[in-house]
Design a protein around this ligand. Structure first.
Ligand code: COA
Length: 499
């Protein structure tokens, strides 16, 4: 492990996690590596949580990351009551509960904005960056592990840096990252990527070695999570998306190679992608945020040639596939900083096909990806907005019903808006597809109701829309305001949206 620290001077900074976490003081801002349960620091956060739990000392921190983190940070720190404020994304159950009961302040933001907010001083500076690494180079530069996320910005902005050298992450990951940093406007120039596989930067994160205050060794593995088995509903959604794309090819608006694919997170997103294995598309490329199992499988079966992302975040099964075939995947995957993987410039320039998941969609095409019943955060907007606003085709999919049919995922008016009707183009449920491009609000509503609403809610929705049009027949976007959110209110009062 010592040989992974290629700078002799930095070997003097080796310490155990308990000593390293003494650098962290109450009130500090901590920025960590990691993006989803991938590439995040583990032993130092765990040591701090243990210390605070046993000492009962006051410790309230602001925690920045690329996206969600594994349980060794978000879970352990929430349990120890350490997190005062969190951004830009989370998925941990305990942390989510703490946010939803007001114990933790949460800033749910477009992931591509974090670096820019930091670089302009809109967000407070990072006091300590804790970064998981494969190795430190002779010059003191840091070689990231399975996620790049916001590490380059945190390392640049931090006063001090703690490096966790991981013995569990394979050394072969060295060379997969491509670090390219953006200047602030007006000095910012275009990103010179023409194809998703292009490399434009360095395989390490440039770091001022004087800022490295501690180096610790970690033998903890990324705490990757299982994906739910693919359901019939997921399969039907996937089939509907593939049929839609096939029609676009038939209409000569796309070729058989499609355009670079972006795929969101979660079970539905993974299922949608895995359906491509049996499709007629070939030589596909991805310009996305996270590489989940299905993308690895599509590479293995030769459908996907190259993928650009900022993190590899598979299930335990996908991780095994990746590790067993790392030489195969190595030249097919490029890991980039978040502000490059999620750059609006790139999504627009490459003409990405963005496929993300909604919690609910309304009859006019507005999408809620983040809040249950308008008030309780689920995860966050993540990168969905970065891609959805700028893609060539923006697809949102959802099962037409949730909670065993008590909830219709298509509602008269969404209870929270993440993606507006101006950005969403294609809405897909297991019932069918609504292509909203070129349609007025009333045309959109008719199509969504007829093609996407579950049969159990269709009459109720037709009735709402008909009455809204009668009450407001000359309106551009007809609504009955005191009824538009009554479906949610009814669910909260009676346990079902059904009348
Ligand atoms: N009303 C209430 N609850 C709903 C719902 C609705 N209309 N639709 C889904 N849910 C609940 C499900 O019941 C489930 O609850 P549970 O955890 O208690 O079982 C939960 O939401 C997740 O739903 P699921 O169907 O399993 O979806 P998923 O795992 O595919 O996740 C999102 C869906 C929207 C939560 C997830 O994709 C997400 O966080 N997206 C935002 C970030 C994003 O898109 N990032 C990608 C950018 S690259």
């Amino acid at each position: 492990m010592q040989s992974r620290i290629r700078n002799e001077q930095l070997k003097e900074k080796i310490m155990n996690p308990m000593e390293a976490c003494k650098l962290i003081k109450d009130g500090m801002v901590i920025g960590t590596s990691g993006f989803t349960p991938s590439g995040y620091p583990k032993v130092v956060p765990l040591a701090l949580a243990d210390r605070v739990k046993s000492s009962k000392e006051k410790m309230k921190l602001t925690l920045y990351s690329g996206a969600s983190l594994g349980p060794e940070v978000d879970g352990a720190w929430a349990e120890a009551g350490i997190i005062a404020k969190r951004l830009p994304y989370q998925t941990n159950k305990q942390l989510r509960n703490d946010i939803n009961c007001g114990k933790v302040e949460y800033l749910d933001m477009h992931l591509s904005h974090t670096s820019q907010y930091l670089n302009y001083g809109i967000l407070p500076r990072v006091d300590i960056a804790i970064v998981e690494a494969i190795a430190i180079t002779e010059e003191g530069n840091i070689i990231p592990t399975s996620a790049v996320g916001n590490s380059p910005s945190f390392i640049k902005n931090a006063s001090k840096i703690i490096v966790e050298i991981s013995s569990k992450q394979p050394v072969e990951l060295e060379g997969m990252s491509d670090i390219y940093m953006l200047e602030n406007p007006p000095m910012r120039t275009h990103i010179p990527i023409k194809n998703p596989g292009d490399r434009i930067g360095t395989p390490f994160i440039v770091c001022d070695k004087e800022k490295i205050a501690a180096v610790v060794f970690s033998d903890l593995e990324d705490h990757v999570r299982d994906l739910a088995p693919i359901s019939d509903v997921d399969r039907a959604i996937s089939k509907n998306i593939i049929n839609f794309l096939e029609k676009e090819v038939a209409l000569k608006r796309l070729t058989k190679n499609l355009l670079p694919l972006q795929s969101g997170v979660g079970n539905v997103a993974n299922a949608v992608l895995s359906g491509l294995c049996d499709s007629s598309f070939e030589n596909l490329v991805c310009y996305t945020e996270v590489i989940q199992d299905a993308m690895l499988e599509l590479m293995q079966c030769g459908k996907i040639k190259k993928a650009s992302a900022c993190s590899i975040s598979p299930s335990p099964r996908g991780l095994k596939l990746f590790r067993d075939n790392i030489d195969f995947f190595k030249d097919k995957i490029v890991l980039r900083p978040l502000e490059i993987s999620n750059s609006p410039e790139m999504a627009r320039k490459l003409g990405v096909i963005a496929m993300n998941t909604a919690i609910e969609v309304d009859i006019y095409g507005n999408v809620n990806s983040t809040h249950i019943m308008g008030s309780k955060i689920m995860n966050g907007i993540g990168g969905s907005g970065d891609f959805a606003r700028n893609a060539y085709i923006t697809i949102f999919s959802t099962s037409s019903i949730a909670k065993c049919g008590k909830i219709s995922s298509i509602v008269p008016m969404v209870s929270h808006v993440d993606h507006t009707e101006h950005d969403t183009m294609i809405i897909v449920t297991e019932q069918g597809v609504a292509d909203l491009r070129g349609l007025s609000p009333k045309e959109k509503a008719k199509l969504i109701i007829e093609n996407c609403v579950h049969p159990d809610f269709k009459e109720q929705m037709r009735d709402y829309f008909k009455r809204a049009c009668e009450v407001c027949h000359r309106c551009h976007t007809p609504h009955i305001l005191n009824e538009a959110l009554s479906w949610h209110a009814r669910f909260l009062e009676t346990g079902t949206m059904k009348k």
